[in-house]
Write a protein that binds this ligand. Structure first.
Ligand code: ZN
Length: 211
């Protein structure tokens, strides 16, 4: 039933349309200016809007199974959205956020026999192979694949024309993130250590370490 959604909407209206905090009417009147563009998995448990408890107007969002970013091609939802975010708005940070226990990565590792799904996720098979080359055991391979998919997606997104020009002009940063669903931690890839490291709860987060 959709009652639980309407209950959530009532709460949203109470907080974001109140006389004390007319955040939504203000955003409608003045326009939006989000700084972030978040690409995440479709998984209902790693939804950025839920886990970051962000007020309206905080980020643009794009969802794809496994948070997979395919190599650039024209006429895709993602390429149009990035163009809009980077050239007609002031987004300065793109976040690609995978997550642990990802069903899409599991399906990739299990070589799922479903053309509608496999035709999309198979683009990440290079990440699975990298994981197989360096890890042993099913769980370790899955965990490493989740990380490698994020890194591969970062590599791919850098080739999107709108992103490429924003990078050249120094207008945007790209952050490879992984949400640990079990523990609730957020991890970011650190190119110096070549590891995903926990940043949630860190009071000394360096916003400039990625470029
Ligand atoms: Zn997922």
């Amino acid at each position: 039933m959709v009652g639980e959604l309407l209950k959530g909407l009532a709460s949203f209206r109470r907080y974001q349309y109140s006389a004390d905090n007319p955040a939504m009417p203000k955003l409608v009147a003045e326009g939006q200016s989000p700084r972030f563009f978040i690409i995440s998995c479709i998984d209902s448990r790693s939804n950025p809007g839920t886990i970051f408890r962000a007020p309206p107007g905080t980020f643009f969002e794009h969802k794809a199974m496994g948070a997979i970013v395919r190599p650039y091609s024209k006429e895709t939802a993602l390429s149009a959205a990035l163009q809009f975010a980077l050239h007609y708005n002031k987004v300065d940070t793109i976040i690609i956020m995978g997550h642990t226990q990802c069903g899409a990565i599991q399906a990739l590792a299990d070589n799922i026999d479903d053309e509608a799904i496999s035709s999309f996720i198979s683009v990440a098979s290079g990440a699975l192979q990298t994981a197989k080359n360096c890890c042993e055991g099913h769980d370790e391979i899955l965990a490493r694949t989740e990380q490698e998919v994020v890194l591969q997606s970062v590599k791919n997104i850098r080739d999107y024309p709108s992103v490429k020009s924003a990078l050249v002009e120094g207008r945007v940063k790209i952050k490879p993130w992984l949400f640990d669903m079990q523990g609730g931690d957020l991890l970011e890839y650190n190119p110096k250590s070549e590891q995903f490291e926990i940043i949630s709860g860190s009071s000394e987060y360096d916003d400039c370490r990625q470029d």
